[in-house]
Design a binder for this molecule. Structure first.
Ligand code: DCP
Length: 140
């Protein structure tokens, strides 16, 4: 193949990779994602891999508890950890984000497989909590 053609193909491959990376960045930086969106992504993920049969409620509950264990390991033997995690390395914080996500994702999937609308249930629960634990009235 001519050198010029090879260079053009290489440029196109690099461009494609860059576009893909941009798309992935957009997806991974979705900090305002909704529970419903995550739920849909989890559903697609399971369907694409034919994993729906494994996502029975009890399996998901056990998987979530295992991930809570992994999350706990990050805090183990550190003594009290101040807010904001001062002194933690960036890699440790990234790992923490991953373990928190695993717990959240299994919780969302578990809720879906149980037919519970988690967003709705959590919103109602916050209201119920406020009734049970009324805030002290602030006298002016
Ligand atoms: N049957 C499965 C297995 C995995 N996952 C998804 C949900 C979790 O977000 C993540 C969990 O993957 P791993 O079991 O590989 O656990 P970790 O990512 O924690 O890896 P490791 O245990 O090696 O640290 O993958 C899933 O939906 N269904």
């Amino acid at each position: 193949m001519e050198d010029e053609k090879k260079a053009t193909i290489a440029e196109e491959v690099v461009k494609e990779q860059q576009q893909q990376e941009e798309e992935e960045k957009k997806e991974t930086a979705a900090s305002d994602v909704s529970l419903k969106e995550l739920s849909k992504k989890l559903d697609d993920f399971a369907k694409e891999r034919d994993w729906e049969m494994y996502h029975a409620p009890r399996n998901l509950l056990l998987a979530m508890i295992a991930e809570v264990g992994e999350l706990s390991e990050l805090f183990m033997w550190r003594g009290e950890v101040p807010k904001g995690l001062p002194g933690w390395k960036e890699a440790e914080k990234e790992h923490l984000g991953e373990e928190l996500s695993d717990v959240l994702l299994y919780l969302i999937r578990l809720s879906d497989m149980c037919g519970v609308d988690l967003g709705d249930a959590a919103t109602r629960k916050i209201v119920k909590n406020a009734v049970k634990y009324p805030a002290p009235s602030k006298s002016t």
